[in-house]
Design a protein around this ligand. Structure first.
Ligand SMILES: Nc1nc2c(c(=O)[nH]1)N[C@H]1C(S)=C(S)[C@@H](COP(=O)(O)OP(=O)(O)OC[C@H]3O[C@@H](n4cnc5c(=O)[nH]c(N)nc54)[C@H](O)[C@@H]3O)O[C@H]1N2
Ligand SMILES: Nc1nc2c(c(=O)[nH]1)N[C@H]1C(S)=C(S)[C@@H](COP(=O)(O)OP(=O)(O)OC[C@H]3O[C@@H](n4cnc5c(=O)[nH]c(N)nc54)[C@H](O)[C@@H]3O)O[C@H]1N2
Ligand code: SF4
Ligand SMILES: [Mo]
Length: 684
């Protein structure tokens, strides 16, 4: 028997834990702890423990497939890529679009955005960060000059107070949650602001249970109270910020008095005072947030408001402080860094900056569309409503027919696409709409890198061969480019060569190569070959900002796009559960995870449920202005009265039948966290 351990990093969340893959006779059969990771010190959550279970699922994609007369037929790589090359040639320019993949490696994403820009000549390049933390990327860039987590995962353990808002890290980032519990053990105060009493909220000393969509009011109220008490950090404000007076004038308005804020948020005045008091008394406060604040029509302003709280109290640029968005997908930080976005090249170099355009044109040897392209919601809107403008989509690893809002709208958009290519590891529900399906290998079958939430670039290592004829994503892209006459621009022999090309063009990654990241990875920015990487951002200055200063601004509370009324009297919020991953492609093929959580549900406050005669286990129809869905009810005291919650992973009861499409005007992130619904008990 041939037996080995292959150290790698987790393919699920952005915490970026390491573990070993256990390989017997060339097949991945299990996982085992890898103790030396500075992120997780050998521990993993259930998804990490069982991350081997989907790898050898019998229905992994094994060969390319072409749709003929409505049915998929197996094809050779030559047949499939010849067809794609011929079709893509007809759609070059703005008629085409590309969606990259936050589950795949940096190398895969670098290759695909380059293919989009260089070969397809399209600015329409995006990925699922749009549905998730685009509000972070835009919001933090506006105030700090960089859209990434400021501190590190291990650093969360060194805080004296954790202000956690809209983050259920016990389920969504369990090993980051562990660091916060280490801080708690050492005496740190834990504050969680969430409309649900989540497993994370249950660990808090103070749970602020506000209505979904009232975060700005809450934060403005807190900041007014802090200023009233003279608890602001005058030194930090003076030396390291601009715009304070105007900001202050706004938050000091009567409408943000604690009495008014209490009415808007539904939170007792004393709880808000306690939160402020604890932040004031703590030497170091860390702010941790995730989608509870980003997935709103005010997502960018929510993010900026969290930043302002930390600027106001001087909690920036030191260990145990900072503004810490926990990024979602394993490599969503990396996909953003790679320029899998419509407005920036790798390293956030703007597509509208002439010097940057010239740099990439010279490096890649081709002309490029120097304009900002469409985001995912804009692509879907255009496919649905103006299909003459947008005709073709190359989709690598995303499953919009489960994960995008308003499924009826997504269905219309996908049906209107003239030529759809899906490259995935499984035949997803979205792949069923494709003209051509291309089989990729998964994380356990490739060398590559991914970048976790704390900007740490870490390795994946090949532990087994991919099934059938599946190939590396970057390799498929390079072979397709060659079919389209651009092979010389994609000359790589292995993933390390892709990385080196990327690093030379990406300032944050310039000092990295596979040799340097071999052991623990490196945190960007890492600008030179002897640079040790960066644990904490913005220590002395906000490097990306004019004069190196962070920027305050006045921000007003605005309610969600859709309000409750007599017909739709409940606020629906949606999100994740610990057992499953967004569209479930991997976790629902994992026997252990599926056993513990076989299907979806809707959480209903126990008083609301009693008023409607609904019991746990009853099937209810949840409906909104977009559609309806049948789903088992779960009655609970843990959700605020008037609010309901659905996890969104489950094909058979998709939350997105009823969610709403309006998005933040800057980040274009949809308002998954608040829409108006009603429920009725389904007749037996
Ligand atoms: N097990 C598991 N882990 C995951 C994922 C998964 O699907 N499963 N997904 C990954 C991805 S892609 C991401 S982006 C992250 C998401 O990680 P999280 O953002 O932590 O997860 P969510 O459940 O989307 O939302 C977090 C919380 O926001 C709360 N919330 C809802 N509305 C509001 C509001 O208006 N204000 C505030 N303050 N809070 C609100 C919800 O009740 C919820 O508890 O997790 C990653 N980790
Ligand atoms: N209602 C509601 N909807 C939501 C959210 C919410 O909170 N509420 N959250 C949103 C968020 S945060 C996100 S991030 C999105 C996620 O939405 P999606 O990106 O659609 O979610 P995933 O299920 O992660 O899909 C990733 C796909 O990549 C494939 N894949 C995995 N590894 C590889 C690889 O190496 N190569 C290739 N080619 N493919 C691979 C998987 O099989 C899967 O089909 O969903 C969003 N949708
Ligand atoms: S916390 Fe995230 S990275 Fe760590 S094992 Fe769990 S899913 Fe994987
Ligand atoms: Mo996400």
């Amino acid at each position: 028997m041939d037996f080995k351990y292959v150290p790698t990093t987790c393919p699920y969340c952005g915490t970026g834990c390491s573990f070993n893959l256990v390989v017997v006779d060339g097949k991945v059969v299990g996982t085992a702890p890898f103790q030396r990771s500075p992120v997780n010190e050998g521990r993993v959550c259930p998804k990490g423990s069982y991350a081997h279970e989907f790898v050898n699922a019998p229905d992994r994609l094994k060969t390319p497939m072409i749709k003929k007369d409505g049915k998929f037929v197996e094809a050779s790589w030559d047949e499939a890529l010849d067809l794609v090359a011929e079709k893509f040639a007809q759609y070059k320019g703005e008629q085409s679009s590309v969606i990259c993949c936050a589950r795949a490696s940096n190398e895969d994403n670098y290759a695909l955005q380059k293919f989009g820009r260089c070969v397809m000549q399209t600015p329409n390049i995006d990925h699922c960060a749009r549905l998730c933390h685009a509000s972070t990327v835009a919001g933090l860039a506006q105030i700090f000059g960089s859209g990434a987590m400021t501190n590190s995962v291990s650093d969360l353990a060194d805080t004296n107070c954790a202000f956690i808002i809209g983050s259920n890290n016990f389920e969504a980032h369990p090993l980051a949650g562990r660091r916060l519990m280490q801080a708690k053990k050492k005496g740190a105060k834990i504050i969680v602001c969430d409309p649900r009493r989540t497993p994370t909220a249950k660990q808090a000393h103070l749970h602020i249970q506000h209505y979904s969509g009232t975060d700005i009011a809450l934060l403005n109220g807190m900041m007014q109270y802090i200023i009233q008490n003279g608890w602001e950090n005058k030194d930090f404000i003076e030396k390291r910020t601009v715009g304070y007076e105007e900001f202050k004038k706004n938050v000091m308005q009567e409408k943000y008095s604690l009495e008014n804020v209490s009415k808007i948020t539904g939170v007792p005045v004393d709880d808000i005072k306690t939160a402020c008091q604890w932040i004031h008394e703590a030497e170091k406060t860390t702010a941790v947030y995730t989608l509870g604040i980003t997935q709103h029509t005010v997502g960018v302003d929510n993010v900026r408001s969290v930043g302002f709280l930390q600027m106001l109290t001087g909690n920036m640029g030191k260990p145990g402080t900072g503004v810490n968005p926990l990024r979602g997908q394993n490599n969503v930080q990396g996909a953003c860094d790679m320029g899998a976005l419509p407005n920036v090249f790798p390293g956030y170099q703007k597509v509208t900056d002439e010097a940057a355009v010239k740099k990439f044109e010279d490096a890649w040897g081709c002309k490029m569309p120097a304009k900002i392209g469409l985001t995912i919601p804009e692509m879907l809107d255009t496919f649905a409503d103006e299909p003459e403008k947008l005709k073709c989509l190359y989709l690598m690893g995303e499953n919009p027919i489960i994960s995008d809002p308003d499924i009826a709208h997504v269905d219309k958009a996908l049906k209107n696409i003239e030529f759809l290519v899906v490259q995935d590891i499984f035949l997803t529900e979205t792949a069923e709409y494709a003209d051509v399906v291309l089989p990729a290998v998964c994380y356990a079958e490739k060398d590559g890198t991914q970048t976790n939430t704390e900007r740490r670039v870490q390795r994946w290592r090949k532990a087994q061969d991919g099934p059938g004829e599946s190939k590396y994503d970057w390799q498929i892209i390079a072979e397709l480019a060659a079919k389209m006459g651009m092979g010389d621009k994609f000359p790589w022999a292995n993933a390390s060569e892709v990385f080196d090309e990327m690093a030379a063009l990406t300032p944050q990654y310039c000092g990295m190569n596979y040799e340097r990241i071999e052991k623990e990875g490196l945190q960007w920015p890492c600008p030179t070959c002897d640079h040790p990487g960066t644990k904490v951002l913005h220590c002395e200055t906000f490097a990306g900002m004019p004069d190196g200063k962070s920027v305050f601004a006045p921000i007003e509370h605005r309610p969600p796009a859709e309000q409750t009324d007599a017909d739709y009297p409940f606020i629906l919020t949606t999100g994740a559960t610990i057992w499953h991953w967004p569209s479930g492609t991997m976790t629902r093929r994992s026997e252990s995870l599926n056993r513990d959580c076989p299907t979806g549900w809707i959480e209903i406050n126990e008083e609301d449920a009693a008023e409607m005669g609904i019991e746990t286990g009853d099937i209810v129809t949840a409906y909104s202005r977009r559609g309806e869905v049948d789903v088992p009810a779960r009655k609970t005291p843990d959700i605020k009265k008037g609010v309901m919650f659905m996890p969104f992973h489950f094909w058979e009861c998709r939350a997105n039948w009823i969610t709403n499409t309006p998005y933040d005007p800057v980040s274009k992130t949809p308002e998954y966290k608040a829409c108006a619904i009603n429920v009725k008990k389904k007749e037996a």
